[in-house]
Design a protein around this ligand. Sequence first.
Ligand code: NAD
Length: 325
Amino acid sequence: MEQKRSELKGKNILVTGGAGFIGSNLVDRLSLENKVVVLDNLSSGLLTNLSKSMERITFIKGDILDKELLEEVVAKVEFVFHLAANVGNVKSIEDPHHDMEVNIAGTINLLEVCSKSNIKRLVYSSSGAIFGEAKYLPIDEDHPINPESPYGVSKLAAEKYCFAFHKVHGLPITALRYFNAYGPRQGSSAYPNVIAIFSRRIKEGKPFTIYGDGEQTRDFLFVGDIVRANILAATHPAAVGEIFNIATGQENSVNQLVSIINQISGKQNKVIYADLRAGEVRHSRANIEKAQKILGYNPETSIKEGLLLTWKEEIAGRNAKGEKV
Ligand SMILES: NC(=O)c1ccc[n+]([C@@H]2O[C@H](COP(=O)([O-])OP(=O)(O)OC[C@H]3O[C@@H](n4cnc5c(N)ncnc54)[C@H](O)[C@@H]3O)[C@@H](O)[C@H]2O)c1
């Protein structure tokens, strides 16, 4: 018999990392119908990211390395969305110890506290970075795992700890591996991808730089679709103990992005082609069949719609310094 999804309404929810790019978009949505507590140390997140929902939520400036604080907060909630992390390859290469501490030790803190509480679901934000170089496309959940940066290693280790706690303590956990996320507020993320970088260049009035011929492709995922995937993962009984790729299953080239951005902005942004960077993957695309079948997840936002929404919230009406005009 098919198991029915529950509703996420009127619940007490904790979002770690809720002042960040993805977290704040999730908080905006969850706080419409639930009591949301955001725990964030503001190391890369911004309070302004929460300006739409601040009046409806409880914000705690705190660290996931502070276990006592976690105990206090987790005792009052039923659902946890764990997004707090040291995000991005570059930061992790500069300081792998800090990356390990936040992403692994911080996650273990949360898992220990949650396993002694009555949490109904913990949704862990994992990453496509755990796969490393693609051996085949599209990348499914069983694709070989070979992270190439300390960040990929720490996200993978935390994912493994999540499932160890699921097995040992029966903690109801679901992990979502996002691919290339983009959308409003990505500028604040410690992990800007090509879309966030192009957004910054537009704000600064500078040309775009494309490494190589621009025909390299990525699976770009709008943040609104990540928010929906989180809600599906938290409410579907069959999601417990499962890992899902969350992406679009489509590829877009960097040249295609430029052409869409030019259409939206009504400008011909200057493009400089530079030498291809070493180690850059030519194509990437995820297989999302598992999330489609089990969660009923389907990405709803085309790259054109997503870029338009990003443009409206992030770029239009701002001057070269990024100030509202
Ligand atoms: N952006 C992407 O493309 C992408 C892709 C795959 C996975 N992810 C994952 O999604 C999650 C959110 O990423 P994002 O892009 O929104 O990044 P982000 O940097 O905007 O968000 C991370 C948030 O965590 C907070 N934080 C960091 N260390 C903390 C600590 N010790 N205690 C409390 N809060 C802390 C930061 O202040 C920030 O608000 C992360 O777990 C990341 O690994 C992101």
